[in-house]
Design a protein around this ligand. Structure first.
Ligand SMILES: CC(C)(COP(=O)(O)OP(=O)(O)OC[C@H]1O[C@@H](n2cnc3c(N)ncnc32)[C@H](O)[C@@H]1OP(=O)(O)O)[C@@H](O)C(=O)NCCC(=O)NCCS
Length: 214
């Protein structure tokens, strides 16, 4: 993929069925819907996670995923269960760098649970923000009004990140349950403003990309 011509300001641009985003170190990540063929990337991604990241994401240690897990994680309808992954666009094998998913509640499709993971060597480069902004954008396009996140209590960085984004803590036990109102939030922290701006850009670019492909 030709990346050199696109080096100035925009953080995201539409490509194929996804988005190309620039990370804080100047490298790129290709964000696109998860496909059934991504099972191998998810397995490799798991082995790139530290025990702490595995615990923070799954609430327990996990060495490998079963075939059933892999089917559940990759064979998604992108409506009730939305999953996007981030890969290295300069790597022909497209190594998995991160993944985000959003699963709507069966009783109320305007509410969804969101979860995200970035491999440890990419932490702190803004990839989690890009993935979460993508989930936010897709949620808004599908009229999801509330995102819920279940975060391990020790995972202070993520609990405080969601709080900076305007999420309310509704339960604080061994897991902290946060609810993020996407419509009426009045949160005006820098983090919330940045994420909202990124989400708006993604909503615009993603709908442009879809129209161009028609
Ligand atoms: C949570 C996770 C996806 C974040 O990914 P990331 O690419 O590191 O995130 P970003 O670089 O975009 O940073 C997101 C925010 O977290 C903050 N942050 C990142 N790493 C941090 C750290 N070690 N300590 C404190 N804050 C940190 C950033 O400052 C940023 O907040 P801001 O926008 O208010 O400045 C990643 O840490 C991860 O995969 N963790 C393990 C799994 C997990 O905890 N999942 C969440 C529960 S579902």
């Amino acid at each position: 993929m030709e990346l050199k011509a696109w080096t100035s300001d925009p953080l995201v641009k539409p490509v194929d069925d996804g988005l190309l985003g620039r990370l804080d170190d100047g490298s790129f990540a290709l964000l696109r819907p998860v496909k059934p063929g991504d099972k191998i990337r998810i397995e490799e991604g798991l082995s790139s996670l530290s025990p702490q990241s595995i615990y923070y994401r799954f609430g327990r240690q996990l060495r490998r995923l079963t075939d059933r897990d892999l089917i559940y994680l990759t064979e998604v309808d992108q409506d009730q269960h939305i999953a996007w992954g981030a890969v290295d666009p300069e790597d022909p094998a497209e190594t998995g760098l991160g993944i985000a998913r959003m699963i709507r509640e069966s009783r109320d499709s305007q509410r969804a649970e969101v979860a995200l993971t970035v491999i440890d060597s990419y932490h702190g480069l803004g990839l989690g923000t890009l993935l979460l902004a993508t989930m936010h954008a897709l949620a808004r396009q599908r009229e999801v009004t509330t995102l819920r996140a279940c975060v391990m209590r020790e995972n202070y960085a993520v609990v405080s990140w969601f709080q900076r984004l305007g999420a309310r803590t509704i339960e604080n036990d061994c897991q902290v349950i946060l609810e993020w109102d996407l419509v009426d939030s009045t949160c005006c922290t820098d983090s919330a403003r940045r994420l909202l701006e990124l989400s708006r850009r993604i909503q615009r670019l993603h709908s442009v990309g879809r129209q161009e492909r028609r």
